[in-house]
Every structure is written in structure tokens, then in C-alpha cells.
Design a protein around this ligand. Sequence first.
Ligand SMILES: Nc1ncnc2c1ncn2[C@@H]1O[C@H](COP(=O)(O)OP(=O)(O)O)[C@@H](O)[C@H]1O
Ligand SMILES: [Mg+2]
Length: 325
Amino acid sequence: MAQFTYSRLRHVLRLSGNKRSVFRTGGELEHGAVCSGHFIRWQRSVDSKALQERQKQQMARGLPKQKPITGVKQVIVVASGKGGVGKSTTAVNLALGLMANDETKTVGLLDADIYGPSIPKLMNLKGNPELADNNRMIPLTNYGIPCMSMGFLVDDVAPIVWRGLMVMSAIEKLLRQVEWGSLDYLVIDMPPGTGDVQLSITQNIPISGAVIVSTPQDIALLDARRGAEMFKKVNVPVLGLVQNMSVFQCPNCNHQTHIFGSDGARQLADTLGVKLLGDIPLHLNIRETSDRGTPVVVSSPDSPEAEAYRKVASVVVQRLEEVNT
Ligand SMILES: Nc1ncnc2c1ncn2[C@@H]1O[C@H](COP(=O)(O)OP(=O)(O)O)[C@@H](O)[C@H]1O
Ligand SMILES: [Mg+2]
């Protein structure tokens, strides 16, 4: 309504201005000059009010109000600058590690990677979620962890082609339409990169902290830095960095080879200006158990690999306390 009035007003003013310049003569001139001064002041004030109104509307659109997810105490996002660095594997084993370290805690897992959901496979879950009485989706549960993923809602083989608004409404559904019950931690497996989906999630819900996963290769490091910087910009505390696959652990004798040097992880964290949360070895057991849908923290709890994930989980809890007090 405000814009309509404003544009009509401009139109009328433009017409009256033209008429004046065509018809104004002699004695009318002085009266016209006074009028046009009046008009200009009036127009300026209308202009600035309309501008303020437009800016207010834009701000409201650009910064949606953050609303907590019902029943969820703390949200931890697991992110990376690029795909294939072990983000989903880390998210799953972090969630299980949080629960293994303290069985009184309830933990959920949300797969926000709508382009390539991998939680169904990693957690060995299949099927469509049922609806609760309030019409919210009930997560599927395995190993004590309720999970939600776009993979439960779309066909396995269908390529997921999402665009603009569809992406946003899918994310909105995953954030708002799930009946989590009561959770101490919700771990969100983010899609790779620093695009619209990441921004939309960070703007929609309060996030207690971000865990950045990276491999030691240069290109991954640059991407990790971009990821960390995005979270800093939107005021999400960066809990730290998990360096994945930098140490090769022999499946036969457990001998560890630090392919990139034993101090690589710390240097990396220093370079990025974030804490090092831990080093996860490159281990056949991690890959195989992931492919089978039996994450290493539950299937080989006594292995050094599982220990590495539990250690990361306990540092994450420490960091959450540090950044949120
Ligand atoms: N520490 C590790 N040791 C061995 N294989 C790993 C490790 N971390 C991840 N992988 C494997 O690497 C591949 C990519 O991992 P994934 O978690 O899907 O990455 P992302 O979610 O970043 O795309 C998977 O096959 C996974 O099993
Ligand atoms: Mg993934």
C-alpha cells in the first residue's frame, strides 16, 4: 500500500511539474517557484520515508528471526568447505560418541545435505517417517539415535534437483516439521560448501557451535578456512577443526604413519585460527563400517578409531561449555 501511494504520488508530481513548465508565465512564476520549493521539500520527505520503509522490509526479509527447534537444547553443525572429506562419517560417529561418553544424554542426527543425503546408509535406516498427531514427522531411530534425512522422503534413485525456493522449503521442513522429542544435542550434517542452504540454516535456528572437518590437502584447507569464516561472520561459534585422514593407521598392526607430519593438524588449526578438536586416522575399518551402516563407534567400540571419535566428542562438549558461558 505504501509503495502504491508513493509511486502514484511521484506520477502526479511529475505531471504537475511538466504542466507548470509549459503553462507558467509572468505573475504565476513567483507563485510557481514557491509551490515547487514546497513540492520538492514535501517530495524529499516522502522519498526518505519510503526509502526507510523499503530498507525496513528488506532487513526483515534478509534476517529471519532465529527460532529454536522445539525440544532441542543444543545444535552442533558439522561442516566442511567441500565434499568427500568425511563430514557425514564424522557427524555420525560424533553423535554416537556424544552418547557413548554420557549415556544420560539424548542425541539426534539431522541430514541437511539434501543434494546427497548419506545418513540413511551410514545409520542403516530406510523407510518413510510416520506422522505424529501434530502432523510432524517422527524420526527413524537406530543405535539409539533418532535421525531425519531427505533420503527418507525421496526415492533412492531419483536425482535430487533442487532449486531456490524448493531448497528453502525442504530445509524449512527438515528444521521445523520433525518431532524430535527432547534432545540434549542435535548434530546436523551440513551440505558441503558455504552456499544458500548453510546460510539459511544459520539464520533460522540458534546454533551452539560448528565443527569443521578437513583433510590436510591444500585445496581442502582453503575450503575449510572459507567454511570457518562463514560461521564467524554469522556469529556461530566455531568449536574447532577435526582433521580427518591425515594419519594412516595400518589395519594389521595399528602402526600409525603421519603422512603430512605429526604436527600438521596443529599447524592447520593455527593457520585457520581455530582449535584442533582431534585427528581421525585414515583407517579401513572406518570406511568398511560406514559402508555397512554399522558406524565404528558402535561396531568396534574398543578400537583406536572409535576412541578417536569419542575423544573428539568430549572436546566438543568442553568447547560448547567454553563458548556458551
Ligand atoms: N577416517 C576415515 N578413514 C577411512 N575412510 C574414511 C574416513 N573418513 C571418511 N572416510 C570415507 O570417505 C568417504 C567420504 O566420506 P563422507 O563422510 O561421505 O564425506 P562427506 O560427507 O564429507 O562427503 C566415505 O567412503 C567414507 O567411508
Ligand atoms: Mg556427506
